[in-house]
Design a protein around this ligand. Structure first.
Ligand SMILES: Nc1nc2c(c(=O)[nH]1)N[C@H]1C(S)=C(S)[C@@H](COP(=O)(O)OP(=O)(O)OC[C@H]3O[C@@H](n4cnc5c(=O)[nH]c(N)nc54)[C@H](O)[C@@H]3O)O[C@H]1N2
Ligand SMILES: Nc1nc2c(c(=O)[nH]1)N[C@H]1C(S)=C(S)[C@@H](COP(=O)(O)OP(=O)(O)OC[C@H]3O[C@@H](n4cnc5c(=O)[nH]c(N)nc54)[C@H](O)[C@@H]3O)O[C@H]1N2
Ligand code: SF4
Ligand SMILES: [Mo]
Length: 706
């Protein structure tokens, strides 16, 4: 009999509500749920592909063990025993730090993993923890910690009410929004313009979002910090500082002013490529708008000055009177409140930052930057990594110089991957443990309600029972914990923890509980964001720190890079690599793992190198030519696409490609699909946060021989 199931899509951060018609275990249709109070019926093509992942015969459906003849199927009991034995053996022989972990992006979208992963990682007592955070949003967390006292106190642009949205290095019309959960983003952006507001995009590429904006400013990659410094400089010089209700809680205003006074729009103009008068008028226009917000994302965070960009973004919003205010940068009050469940107030604030063994990169909230994972595997000595556990990740394709990492992981004593596929990383594992996913798992979002432009809440039970050979990630994690260090699981399910957290949370008093969620399958609207920062601040003295020493010190690195005439030092020159490479996302693919869906991959080749017509001309490259792109670390051959979307001197490849088709026991190569991370350089990091500098990589582009 035909039936309807309502749930949230768990692929990206937008949390779209789905209405799924099904009969037995067959999907009849997947549409947007018009009654979802947040997404209002919106979905993107990826949600429809949930059925493909559910049915995919090439998904891993039972544990496998590597043998000389490839992977062979084994029982869960045997697989878990092998993993536990090998992990324990490495721990005993080399110490706990010899076991490293890498957690990938889908952990953030999986209810069980959100609740059980950190316990599992803690139980291993290793300092070698890595995740996709350091190729993504780490600078946001570092700014949250330094400025507001908690890595999860992250401002969200209140796009439903703002009069002026400045987007730096984000392309929400394709990504559907990031560090800004805003389903149906296209309609929300149009609404800004319809009510007389304005959208400005700063990006080295005239993106899908930039094309719909009121204004697009090309910026040279990795120079955004200079733009932001100059805009803040304008606020000071033109007496536009307006701290509003945060006035008494601001710390470091004078120190900040003193430190940034030299960064004038004139100085920034040369470096950013944006004329001084445009920088000045952008800052002044935002100061004069009824409300305004600067939102910086991937392009700003995954670059050499990512930490500084996210700091300055917050500073600009605060000084401009638009922090914690309607239409500005606001804070959420989620029903499952990860900040209040793990408060930092009352705890010592400025602990010394630990450094990694080989490259001395910083450790933030328990993790080292993944850009140094290969170093830690390859470099002998005490603390060398000898075993790796990956959970829902594919670092060979998703982290810089993936090929070096691919080589490094083959020298490990042992590797286990918890994944739904044999991917480019897990193909080298000794054991792969297959997890249930998508329509087979319950869905309650813990991570992204914290970053949402509106407070809402929703729980969805699994639609289908998980396949016979599969376990939920959280079941795998608790089973491993039990086998490795004897820590017995207390029997609590994700739902039990959820019920408790909801009742303890801000809405518990008004009757929000797990039962209430089950009665409301479309979700519950908890209203627009409200000013709440002063209640949520986690610094011990209730101050918002504008001028943390770590950031002020980092300005010296910026000077060295961009003003070599003042500080003799490294020059931001091209060193024989005349082009700068940046990344992009495509609508019908999610990171590295959705290409088994025919529905998503049919159509034209999207893995192309975008290049400006003048640049193409001077290299005698024509549309469709195969070009060679070479960086310090590698080389790829890829089809060229000539477009004046690109700023001259900048070329663009999509991320997430390079995937060979996943089959049940292996991965098959696809010639047109290349990995951008065969070119990105693991030595390029934002030294302050350790985040990878994935954008702005120096490359040589040439017409390929044939
Ligand atoms: N050059 C460049 N590199 C980038 C980026 C970029 O823009 N440019 N983007 C970066 C960003 S933002 C991110 S988030 C990272 C992502 O980096 P990763 O997280 O390393 O890569 P994903 O492709 O998300 O890999 C997720 C893996 O999880 C598996 N999986 C999916 N669902 C589940 C599940 O429910 N359970 C389990 N156990 N496994 C599951 C998939 O099969 C896949 O193998 O890539 C980063 N890399
Ligand atoms: N369809 C689709 N949606 C996705 C994903 C996906 O793979 N596919 N991945 C999801 C994930 S994991 C994430 S983290 C989000 C990311 O969400 P977004 O941050 O919106 O995604 P990107 O498209 O990477 O946007 C980065 C932009 O920065 C620009 N850029 C590059 N270098 C610079 C620079 O130096 N300065 C400035 N100002 N701009 C620069 C690029 O041209 C690009 O337009 O998307 C999520 N949504
Ligand atoms: S925008 Fe994201 S959450 Fe919404 S349907 Fe697409 S993939 Fe799913
Ligand atoms: Mo991401």
């Amino acid at each position: 009999m035909e039936a309807i199931h309502y749930r949230n899509c768990n692929i990206c951060e937008a949390l779209c509500g789905l209405e799924i018609k099904y009969e037995g275990n067959k999907i009849l249709s997947i549409k947007g749920d018009k009654k979802d109070p947040f997404s209002r019926g919106h979905i993107c093509p990826k949600a429809v592909a949930l059925q493909d992942f559910y049915c995919d015969k090439d998904r891993l459906r039972h544990p496998v063990k590597k043998t000389e003849n490839g992977f062979v199927k084994i029982s869960w009991e045997e697989a878990l025993d092998i993993v536990a034995e090998n992990i324990k053996a490495v721990q005993e022989k080399y110490g706990n730090d010899a076991v490293a972990t890498y957690a990938g992006n889908p952990n953030a979208h999986n209810f069980g993993n959100q609740l059980f992963l950190s316990n599992f990682l803690r139980s291993l007592k290793t300092k070698n923890r890595y995740s996709a955070s350091s190729v993504d949003q780490l600078p946001h967390h570092v700014a949250g910690k330094y400025m507001f006292g908690h890595n999860l106190l992250l401002p969200v642009p209140d796009i439903d009410r703002t009069d002026f949205l400045l987007i730096i290095g984000g392309n929400p019309l394709v990504s559907n929004g990031s560090m800004m959960t805003a389903p149906d983003i296209a309609k929300r952006l149009r609404a800004i313009q319809a009510r007389g507001g304005k959208i400005v995009v700063v990006d080295p590429r005239k993106t899908e979002t930039a094309k719909k904006a009121d204004k697009h400013l090309f910026i040279k990659p990795e120079t955004d910090a200079l733009l932001l410094l100059a805009m803040i400089n304008v606020l000071f010089n033109e007496n536009k500082i307006n701290l509003r209700h945060l006035k008494e809680n601001i710390d470091g205003l004078d120190l900040l002013k003193e430190n940034i006074k030299k960064y004038t729009p004139e100085k920034a103009a040369n470096i950013t490529g944006i004329p001084a008068d445009k920088i000045r008028s952008l800052a002044l226009e935002m100061a004069a708008a009824g409300s305004a917000v600067c939102y910086s994302r991937m392009g700003a965070s995954t670059q050499s000055f990512g930490g500084m960009c996210l700091w300055l973004t917050n500073v600009f919003n605060i000084l401009n009177g638009n922090c914690d205010r309607e239409g500005g940068a606001m804070f959420t009050m989620p029903a499952f409140d990860a900040v209040m469940m793990n408060p930092k107030k009352g705890k010592p604030e400025w602990k010394e930052i630990q450094r990694s063994r080989v490259r001395k990169l910083p450790k933030y909230y328990g993790e080292f930057p993944v850009s140094t994972l290969a170093d830690e595997i390859e470099t002998e000595g005490e603390g060398q990594i000898k075993a790796l556990i990956t959970v829902a990740g594919n670092p060979v394709l998703s982290t810089p110089n993936g090929l070096r990492l691919e080589k490094a992981i083959q020298q490990l004593d042992f590797m286990v991957c918890i994944d739904i596929y044999v991917n480019e990383t897990s193909r080298h594992a000794d054991i792969i443990l297959p997890a249930a996913t998508g329509l087979e798992i319950p869905q309650f979002d813990i991570a992204f309600h914290n970053l949402a432009i509106r407070n809402t809440v929703k729980y969805s039970p699994p639609l289908f029972e998980k396949g016979k050979g599969l376990k939920h990630d959280w079941e795998i994690l608790t089973a491993l914990m039990e086998k490795i260090n004897g820590k017995k699981h207390d029997g609590r399910t994700p739902e039990m923890i959820l019920d408790f957290a909801l009742q303890m949370g801000a809405y518990g008093k008004t009757g929000l509980s797990f039962d209430k969620l089950k009665e409301n399958p479309h979700g519950i609207d908890l209203g627009p964001l409200k000013p709440c920062l002063l209640k949520r601040l986690q610094t011990n003295d209730d101050k918002i720190r504008l001028a943390n020493e770590a950031y002020l010190n980092d300005l010296k690195r910026l000077d060295k890079m961009f003003f070599p005439e003042v500080n003799s030092g490294q020059v931001h020159n091209k060193n024989g690599y005349p082009f700068q490479l940046i990344g992009r996302r495509v609508l019908r693919q999610h990171n590295t793992w959705t290409h088994n869906s025919q529905r998503l991959t049919k159509g034209k080749n999207e893995c192309t190198l975008l290049i400006n017509p003048d640049d193409a001309n001077s290299l005698e490259i024509k549309k469709g030519d195969i070009v060679s792109v070479k960086s310090r670390v590698g080389q790829v051959s890829v089809e060229a696409e000539i477009t004046n979307e690109m700023m001259p001197g900048v070329v663009c490849l999509p991320q997430g490609f390079g995937s060979r088709k996943n089959t049940a026991m292996s991965v098959a190569a696809s010639p047109l699909s290349v990995s951008i991370n065969d070119l990105t350089d693991e030595m390029r990091v934002d030294e302050l946060t350790g985040n990878a500098a994935l954008n702005g990589v120096g490359v040589v582009v040439e017409k390929a021989e044939s």
